[in-house]
Design a binder for this molecule. Structure first.
Ligand code: SF4
Ligand code: SF4
Length: 201
């Protein structure tokens, strides 16, 4: 018969196993590299993200952070630590206005705003989009234009000296097929469909 102490040791090991598994799930060590490789396709000096010293100049300069729970320094740390889920499954990720103030001030020359944009792309590719973004993207897919046009909008446009219809597919309805084809071929339509169904990878 096993002693009470041995049983407790087994239980403790189970707890350790469980927390190790959770830890592995929580820390995706490939995430740092994923962000660097993805963002480097479009932006320069992304590798600098590794050199963040958490000085908080970015967060302290951030106009969005004054009004919301968005803390850009935290995102940079999550990237360094490989906290993929925490970074991409986070609604505040979308509170950055991409004003570039943080990027201009970072003493480590980290392209912070570019990185935010890249992480948003990664989030969407993993099925995380805000419902209002899904809605706007859906309008784009359906009408070829993200802003619906109606009599009220037409009247406002006229009042400020614009043509009633914007020079988009609203004025050129024959181009709608081409817009839809572009959205299909770039994978945009599929991404939005998956996000709207809550398909997460
Ligand atoms: S300003 Fe640059 S170095 Fe300082 S915390 Fe932000 S990202 Fe890191
Ligand atoms: S780019 Fe985004 S994170 Fe940077 S200061 Fe502007 S709102 Fe804040």
């Amino acid at each position: 018969m096993r002693s009470k102490v041995e049983v407790n040791a087994d239980q403790a090991l189970k707890v350790i196993d469980l927390s190790t598994t959770q830890l592995i799930k929580k820390f995706d060590t490939d995430f740092t590299q994923e962000v660097i490789e993805y963002a480097s396709k479009f932006f320069e000096n992304v590798e600098n993200v590794k050199s963040c010293i958490q000085c908080a100049t970015c967060t302290g300069s951030c106009p969005s952070g004054r009004e919301t729970a968005w803390r850009v320094r935290k995102l940079i740390r999550q990237i360094q630590l490989g906290l993929k889920n925490a970074a991409i499954r986070n609604d505040v990720l979308w509170d950055c206005t991409t004003c570039y103030t943080c990027q201009e001030r970072c003493p480590r020359l980290i392209p912070i705003t570019d990185i935010v944009r890249a992480v948003r792309n990664i989030a969407v590719r993993n099925g995380f989009m805000l419902p209002r973004h899904v809605q706007v993207a859906g309008l784009m897919i359906k009408h070829g234009h993200a802003v619906p046009i109606n009599d009220e909008v037409k009247a406002v446009r006229k009042e400020i000296g614009l043509s009633e219809l914007p020079p988009t597919v609203h004025s050129y309805p024959d181009a709608l097929g081409e817009v839809k084809k572009l959205l299909d071929e770039t994978g945009f339509t599929k991404l939005v469909e998956e996000a709207s169904k809550g398909v997460q990878k």
